[in-house]
Unconditional design. Structure first.
Length: 57
């Protein structure tokens, strides 16, 4: 796995974790921000051919 793939996957995991935490605490604004970040990271990964498995809630 190259450095880009490792980095983007770590950032996606962090964003997923932050999104879950925001939802659990009822912080709707932060949840929206984190969801946008996650969407952007997933788009970036896809543009570079990095497959990201959908997260099971």
């Amino acid at each position: 796995m190259d450095a880009f793939t490792t980095g983007i996957m770590q950032r996606i995991r962090n964003a997923e974790s932050d999104l879950s935490r925001a939802r659990e605490t009822g912080d709707d604004f932060l949840a929206e921000v984190e969801q946008s970040e996650l969407d952007d990271l997933r788009r970036l990964a896809a543009e570079h051919g990095v497959e990201v498995a959908p997260r099971v809630a």
